[in-house]
Design a protein around this ligand. Structure first.
Ligand SMILES: [Zn+2]
Ligand SMILES: [Zn+2]
Length: 889
């Protein structure tokens, strides 16, 4: 939908769309900007320019338009007090990780808190009406602006004022009146300073007029009246009209403080710490001048680097001021901003990684690390985390609870970054040689090697970070979450009655209402359809084997083997009870292992995905590292303790909003639940999830859980494979048999070794006897020595180093037409040793060289005595054959 078209339409009838009661009461006049033509409302009869073009733009820096001063946390107290006084409920913020929407990783606006998806429609669910919420929102599109522009943040607090017009809520007149009084009465801004600009909002199939309100060129808020749906001209009024007023808390603080940047009044005492570290005066006239210039120019250029150059010029910044003040300030603001965002995200269960939303978090931490090293700062990140949380905990007490977890995660991530620097350096050198990379190439470097453009700039591989890099990366990873939905042509069929949510009979009678190919639709069924990672039931329908069951919207389709009943038939159905029971035990086990893993590892553990079949199951959890044996054992023990404690597994249905308020967003372990009434499966207060699968009645029914294998399957995700119930006992038995077998084998091996050692000792004593026999022309076949006259060879394990050495030497000494060659294993190598008498016709050195080369090693010596060897034991037989033929012919 074309926004400009809608704006044109709405602005052509201002009385209908924009002229609220306040404007008449106070005497606001409507004007058209003499520069851009946009319509705005003001009390200043002389004003001719809209706030974007006005001469007063950003003049509040250094000279705020209010007598009162409120920093970030105080500003929220003012806003909250005002709205509560005016009959609003103050609602706690929702998580920044948007678990209730499968098209968003992070919460990007306050209204998102209350949007739920039903099919393809967005519906609103408000816990109170009207309400106000201090919603932390994460946005990564403008990352390169953060720290530089004075007003861009990677996370900010959106003051959400929401109302549904009914007997509790209100509509346009009261909304604008409240916003105006908030500015003038509560914050003490002069009436003439407030300017409302006509605008529109459109998205997700609906649209409506909006009034943006500005003070001195700074947009403080935007009151959107979501009112219509459909195409402009043929649009209809929504059943559920909604007021969506969003205002930036950071800006409220900024306008009252008039600091050079919004960062100066929003990060609390952390700034002071950073100023001291860098050693600059935050109250400098230079900064004020510079950031005012930045603020004025930012909207007029696409390229931030351009804006920066212009501001340096206009503010008359010297090179020394640039390197000693501006650049360190930008870095400092970046660190404070990014750290605050990471604190919120990790508190709410997100992990830095190279997949999905984790990308942005890792990117931010790497930007922090690169900045710290570029500016050569000595910073204690833990200390900065404490400062942030101490400052924010009054408004957001949940941050305090996760303080240590945040520190731990960031420490692990930073260590990884340090470890990867060597590899990154090599890569950067190659990039430098190849010349300036494109934005797409930069994205590839980050995605495949974790190399940020900041790092490349730091090591001079590139001269500037392209301004489109972050928005492009952010778009790439936002769209990833969107899923494709496939549907089967099953129109006109009624919803299948799901018996597994009712009495769940394992034998039942049903009517065949549709047959196609090898598939059958019944009027009702107890066969659980594949869903939520749970594999389907098997069994029989009308005597034919059920091999698969799937759900398509509300219709359950059974796949049969061996034949198919007729439409209209009433058929006997039987669910395979053993299979169902095993799957059910595995399913409830995923809940138990998930919560056990969280209690053992940390609060960041969430179910990533799960798979539950008859004889095996797996649970993928979010965790930063591979698990060690001790952790696996602890998780297994915790899980089995829950089985031993035999907790009841309760199933209750709740209205979705009620369930969220009562239990929080932890219920969405298995993902989004697109229904109004959610099925809450709870194991006491230990695990509470929204889940549609089949569960045991009591945890004790599972009897036993065994984790069979764990593996880090991707960055930030660990897989736990497990078995439960009878399969767990079978597994234990197999493991025991296996270890018994191994024990037995070890004993046999030990005995053999011992025997061999004894033989070797005995062999040493036999040396004189053997020599006598050989010289007498007798055969030593029975003692595993081959001889042809006085030429002898052995590769028997019964002889050791000492034997070969002494036997060979003595034999040749007694008779110079004799020769001996022995092959034996010594440690990891196979060795050969040769003694040859002058008249034996054997060349010891040649044999040693030849055999050693077969074994992949080297040999040396002379014609009379030589030795050698190699580590390629697989060639031992070849070496033996060769040596034997070389000496015996
Ligand atoms: Zn204008
Ligand atoms: Zn479940």
């Amino acid at each position: 939908m074309d926004k400009n078209q809608i704006l044109k339409e709405f602005s052509s009838d201002p009385d209908k769309y924009y002229n609220v009661k306040l404007f008449q009461e106070q005497g606001f006049v409507r004007k058209s900007c003499s520069k851009c033509g946009r319509f705005f409302w003001t009390l200043d009869a002389n004003r001719t320019l809209c706030p974007d073009d006005g001469t007063d733009t950003y003049s509040f820096i250094g000279e705020p338009p209010t007598s009162k001063r409120f920093d970030y946390t105080q500003a929220w107290k003012q806003v909250e007090e005002f709205f509560v006084k005016n009959n609003h409920t103050s609602v706690s913020r929702y998580p920044v990780v948007c678990r209730w929407r499968d098209d968003l990783y992070f919460t990007i606006a306050s209204i998102v808190d209350f949007q739920r998806i039903m099919g393809s429609k967005v519906v609103f669910e408000f816990p109170a009406n009207p309400l106000v919420v201090p919603q932390t929102c994460l946005r990564f599109k403008d990352l390169e602006n953060v720290g530089v522009t004075g007003r861009h943040f990677s996370s900010f607090c959106m003051i959400g004022q929401h109302s549904v017009p009914n007997n509790q809520g209100y509509w346009k007149d009261e909304c604008v009146d409240l916003d105006y009084r908030l500015l003038t009465d509560q914050f003490g801004i002069k009436k003439e300073e407030v300017v409302f600009v006509e605008d529109v909002w459109a998205g997700g199939g609906s649209f409506g007029p909006s009034l943006e309100y500005f003070v001195r060129g700074l947009e403080l808020g935007n009151a959107v009246f979501t009112e219509f749906q459909g195409e402009l001209g043929q649009h209809t009024t929504l059943d559920q009209r909604v007021i969506d007023m969003g205002a930036g808390l950071e800006r409220f603080a900024w306008i009252t403080m008039g600091t050079p940047t919004a960062y100066d009044c929003c990060f609390g005492p952390i700034n002071e710490k950073l100023y001291n570290t860098i050693g600059i005066d935050s109250d400098s006239e230079v900064l004020r001048k510079y950031f005012t210039e930045i603020a004025k120019e930012i909207d007029h250029y696409d390229d931030l680097n351009e804006v920066r150059r212009l501001a340096i010029k206009n503010a008359g910044i010297t090179d020394s001021q640039l390197t000693k003040m501006i650049t360190p300030m930008e870095g400092m603001y970046l660190i404070a901003d990014h750290l605050r965002t990471l604190i919120f995200a990790i508190t709410d269960g997100a992990l830095p990684s190279n997949v999905g939303g984790g990308y942005n978090l890792r990117m931010m931490l790497r930007r922090i690390n690169a900045t710290v090293s570029k500016l050569n700062l000595k910073l204690d990140i833990d200390d900065l985390i404490d400062s942030h949380i101490d400052y924010l905990k009054d408004t957001y007490p949940e941050l305090d609870e996760k303080r240590e977890d945040v520190k731990k995660i960031l420490k692990i991530e930073s260590t990884r970054y340090e470890e990867s620097k060597g590899h990154m350096k090599k890569k950067a050198e190659k990039i430098r040689e190849k010349g300036t990379p494109t934005v797409d190439e930069l994205i590839t470097f980050y995605e495949s090697d974790g190399i940020t453009p900041e790092y490349l700039k730091e090591v001079d591989a590139i001269s500037e970070v392209p301004s489109s890099f972050y928005s492009k990366l952010s778009d790439l990873h936002q769209s990833e979450k969107k899923k494709a939905i496939t549907e089967l042509p099953l129109e006109q069929l009624p919803e299948t009655e799901t018996l597994f949510y009712k009495d769940d009979p394992m034998e039942f009678e049903a009517k065949v209402i549709k047959v196609f190919d090898d598939q059958v639709v019944l009027d009702k069924t107890s066969f659980y359809a594949r869903g939520g990672g749970q594999e389907p039931d098997h069994g029989s329908i009308a005597g034919f084997e059920v091999v698969d069951v799937d759900k398509h919207a509300d219709i359950i389709v059974h796949k049969l083997k061996g034949g198919i009943p007729n439409e209209g038939d009433t058929v006997q159905c039987k669910v395979n009870v053993t299979r169902r029971s095993n799957i059910t035990k595995n399913h409830t086990s995923t809940h138990i292992i998930n919560t056990s893993a969280r209690s053992v590892l940390g609060s960041w553990v969430w179910q990533h995905s799960a798979f539950k079949d008859d004889d095996h199951a797996r649970l993928d959890i979010t965790h930063h590292s591979s698990l060690n044996d001790k952790q696996v054992k602890q998780i297994e023990d915790t899980a089995n303790k829950m089985i031993k404690d035999n907790y009841p597994v309760n199933i209750e249905y709740f209205d979705r909003g009620t369930a969220e308020q009562k239990y929080g967003f932890r219920i969405y372990q298995g993902g989004v639940v697109p229904v109004k009434s959610v099925r809450i499966v709870s194991i006491e207060d230990k695990d509470i999830e929204a889940c549609g699968g089949t569960h045991v009645k009591k945890t004790g029914d599972i009897e036993l859980i065994k984790i069979t294998k764990t593996k880090r399957i991707q960055d930030g995700v660990v897989r736990l494979e497990f078995v439960s119930g009878p399969n767990a006992f079978t597994y234990v038995k197999e493991q025991e048999e296996e270890s018994k077998k191994k024990e037995q084998q070890a004993i046999v091996k030990q005995q053999l070794e011992k025997q061999r050692e004894e033989n070797k000792d005995k062999a040493r004593e036999k040396i004189p006897v053997f020599i006598e026999k050989i010289l007498a022309g007798e055969s030593l076949e029975s003692d595993e020595i081959n001889n042809k006259g006085k030429l002898c060879f052995t590769s028997s394990d019964n002889y050791d180093d000492y034997f070969h050495q002494n036997f060979g030497k003595k034999l040749v000494a007694k008779d110079n037409s004799a020769a001996f060659c022995g092959i034996f294993e010594a440690g990891p190598t196979v060795r050969v040793m040769i003694f040859a008498g002058d008249k034996s016709g054997v060349n010891a050195g040649e044999i040693a060289k030849e055999i050693a080369s077969i074994l992949g090693g080297s040999g040396g010596g002379d014609a009379k005595f030589a030795q050698g060897g190699g580590k390629d034991t697989s060639k031992k037989d070849t070496a033996i054959e060769k040596a034997k033929s070389m000496i015996l012919g």
